[in-house]
Design a protein around this ligand. Structure first.
Ligand SMILES: Cc1ncc(COP(=O)(O)O)c(C=O)c1O
Length: 362
């Protein structure tokens, strides 16, 4: 590092890269697990109307009361059990900042998670100087319970992160293993990240009765990634402490107003979008599985986890040349060198992907 105050930087930053999505322009972009653009004209007109009503000169509601109430009613909890963030990313940061008291003084706090999983658990912990322990998922991409048990004993994490469904594998952790993990991790906070739950048959809401569990949800995967709205659900006494870390006006007024509408009057439109994506997921999954050299894991999310007999990097580059961007994990090596993550798009986007793949695997 070569600027005057570089010596003041946390040393961990030297090993971390900024999160920069591929800036290229691709006709078919299936890399970020966003929902496809399926909102109807009436919905778009209603959104424009709500935007026009924004009090632009005012700060947003610091308590985000309207959207908190709307979300709480939708999931059947009280508003005091909900915190709203600028995406679940911000809520992950708030948890890591608040629950950062080391077990032994002078030590860094530790987080435990699995691999592969959502990268922000690791990155957000690292930039805070925390230790990150990652335990590889088993051969079915399920929770490796024996290794997790050992890791819990050895590293006494402050926080355990589990995504359900998991990104990038699209799989749900099996319920008995998850419950076993919760029993074993009684002295840690377990964050169950349900970013993709709207596409899954099962939710983990009932596990909130345990006092060491919180859940994350988001509007990002169901058509409103642009708003940056995420939710943390958990015990009110914990949330009121975590809330002390939050910036006062963290969620923009326009995101609060539109998010409240998404959870209320626009919910039928969201449900229809989710149903269409699930139909497409099943169709696309069957088509991809029929192509030579590709194996598709069962998905409970809005993306597919595809194993390639050829190196994934080659298939990824060949798709890019044909204007289709997916996500490859080949840089991580090992078994990930033959895996691609493909977001389910519109029927036309998925057909374009299949057309390109047919050429590539032929
Ligand atoms: C498992 C998981 N959690 C959280 C997020 C981030 O969601 P948000 O857009 O609400 O910050 C993602 C985004 O890809 C994700 O895959």
């Amino acid at each position: 590092m070569s600027f005057r105050l570089a010596s003041l930087l946390r040393p961990e930053l030297a090993d971390v890269q900024s999160y920069v999505p591929d800036p290229g322009r691709y006709p078919v972009r299936l890399d970020a697990n966003e929902a496809p653009a399926l909102l109807g004209d009436a919905t778009r007109a209603r959104i424009a109307e709500l935007v026009a009503q924004t009090a632009w000169e005012r700060y947003p509601d610091a308590q985000a009361a309207g959207i908190r109430q709307a979300f709480a009613s939708r999931v059947g909890v009280t508003p005091e059990q909900v915190l709203v963030g600028a995406g679940s990313d911000e809520l992950i940061n708030l948890l890591l900042t608040a629950l950062a008291n080391p077990r032994t003084s002078g030590d860094a706090p530790t987080i435990l998670t699995t691999s592969p999983t959502f990268v922000m658990y690791r990155l957000s912990a690292k930039v805070r100087g925390q230790r990150v322990v990652e335990v590889p998922l088993d051969e079915d991409w399920d929770l490796p319970i024996a290794s997790l048990e050992r890791a819990l004993e050895l590293c006494a994490p402050n926080i355990v992160f589990v995504a359900s469904p998991n990104n990038p594998t699209g799989t749900l952790p099996s319920r008995d293993r998850l419950e076993r993990l919760l029993d074993l991790a009684r002295d840690s906070l377990v964050v169950l990240d349900e970013a993709y739950v709207d596409y899954a048959a099962a939710s983990l809401l009932d596990l909130l009765e345990r006092d060491n569990v919180v859940l994350l949800r988001t509007l990002s995967k169901i058509g409103f990634a642009s708003l940056r709205v995420g939710f943390l659900i958990g015990p009110r006494n914990l949330l009121s402490e975590v809330d002390k870390v939050r910036s006062p006006y963290n969620v923009p007024a326009v995101s609060q107003a539109l998010g409240e509408a998404v959870l209320g009057e626009l919910w039928p439109e969201v449900s229809a979008l989710v149903a269409r994506v699930i139909d497409e997921r099943e169709r696309l999954s069957a088509v991809l599985a029929s192509l030579p050299g590709l194996t598709v894991s069962p998905s409970a999310a809005n993306f597919l986890w595809v194993r390639t007999t050829r190196p994934a990097s080659e298939v990824f580059e060949a798709l890019k040349e044909r204007g289709v961007l997916v996500r490859s994990f080949h840089a991580r090596g090992g078994r990930l060198a033959r895996q691609l993550r493909i977001t389910v798009g519109t029927q036309a986007q998925n057909d374009a992907l299949v057309g390109a793949l047919r050429e590539i695997v032929a």
